[in-house]
Design a protein around this ligand. Structure first.
Ligand code: NDP
Ligand code: PYC
Length: 338
């Protein structure tokens, strides 16, 4: 028997909305959360697609998330906007704050959006892609729960702390990268555990600090940063800029707030936007052309641009629908109370 089921994007959207609202999520939150889950599955970003419904529902049932939170926007300065998510999920807060962020970056040249007190589970590329679509370069980062050891240590301290960057390319998909500062997103380790697969030895240590290929042991131990001390320093940077700088929790604080429930992490997020036209020395068309030459230099030697795999998957999924592992779909359907 085929181990996957094909769903159209509309079917996946309807299913995601149904699972969330049937578990008490307010309709406006469910709608925007369903959109990022569909986008993740559509782009074959498996760690942040339909699988996330399981974590969201656990959070709705056991966590401290406010199911109908109304985000509150504060216009702090010409270049800074803050949105307090009021302990709801992050998506509505981003939707509200990003419109103001765009206006500020277009007017001032550089602007920041700080989101506070949000439950955060999603990939960051949808956010920086949106900003690139507005003609801006963008950088986003967020902590998570303390699951990752600093390089040279063996005890969880950092989150998986993703950093995403986008550069606008008029008429094409933007240049985008988005990766955890851990060797891999934690969601991927969980997907390996679900599939009964081993993991590479450079992803995580067991509880005794020994490299392990067992995903369950890895989740009880400590994940490793990517690139040794370099990923470790970047991870600390994310903790600082998207934590204390914006008046919010570190990953260790998020873990303590969770009180062992295993809910979605709750903390802040920092998003920066840059207006290339205003930074330009006078001829932004030439400057954008130099950027294109750089991208040409990458692909010209047979390398690929980050996100190209996702963009290819997007076109495929839009035409043919998405493949969902049969067991994962069954587990998601079981989340709907009878
Ligand atoms: P990956 O290691 O799978 O990919 C990271 C990036 O590298 C992607 O942009 C990917 O593009 C690119 N890439 C991969 N292989 C190549 C290659 N050969 N050449 C060029 N580029 C390449 O991601 P992670 O596991 O680190 O993270 C996955 C997701 O998890 C991210 O979207 C992240 O935001 C999310 N996440 C969210 C967290 C949160 O707290 N909200 C925490 C941690 C992670 P492509 O996709 O096209 O392969
Ligand atoms: O996959 O590491 C992860 C993750 C943490 C929070 C959301 N995703």
């Amino acid at each position: 028997m085929d181990n996957t089921v094909t769903l159209t994007l509309a079917e996946l959207s309807e299913l995601s909305n149904r699972v969330l609202t049937a578990n008490g999520m307010a309709a406006d939150h469910a709608q925007v959360i369903a959109e990022v889950i569909v986008a993740g599955q559509r782009d074959e970003c498996q760690s942040h697609g339909i699988y996330r419904l399981i974590v969201c529902v656990n959070t709705l049932r056991n966590g401290k998330v406010v199911r109908d939170a109304k985000p509150e926007l504060v216009d702090v300065s010409p270049a800074l906007v803050r949105v307090d998510a009021r302990f709801g999920y992050s998506q509505l807060a981003f939707q509200m704050g990003s419109k103001v962020l765009v206006q500020k970056a277009l007017q001032v040249g550089i602007a920041a959006l700080a989101i506070n007190n949000c439950f955060h589970f999603s990939a960051l590329w949808p956010e920086v892609e949106y900003l690139a679509g507005e003609g801006l370069a963008a950088l986003a980062m967020t902590p998570s729960h303390s699951w990752v050891a600093p390089a040279g240590g063996a005890k969880p301290l950092f989150g998986t702390n993703p950093i995403a960057f986008a550069w606008p390319r008029p008429g094409r998909f933007p240049y985008v990268f988005d990766f955890a500062t851990s060797a891999i997103a934690r969601g991927d380790i969980e997907l390996h555990r679900r599939a009964g697969k081993t993991i590479p030895l450079d992803w995580a240590m067991d509880a005794n600090g020994q490299p392990t290929d067992d995903p369950a042991a890895a989740m009880r131990g400590a994940m490793m940063t990517f690139g040794g001390h370099k990923g470790s320093a970047l991870s600390a940077m994310v903790e600082l800029l998207a934590g204390p700088l914006i008046g919010d929790l570190t990953s260790a604080g998020s873990m303590a707030f969770d009180e062992g429930v295993g809910a979605t992490p709750c903390h802040g997020e920092l998003i920066l936007a840059f207006n290339p036209a205003m930074f330009s020395s006078g001829n932004s068309a030439d400057d954008l052309q130099r950027a294109e030459a750089l991208f040409g230099g990458i692909v010209g030697q047979g390398a690929r641009l980050p996100s190209q795999r996702r963009f290819d998957a997007r076109l495929r999924s839009e035409a043919d629908g998405v493949q969902v592992p049969r067991q994962l779909l069954a587990d998601v359907l079981a989340l709907i109370p009878s």
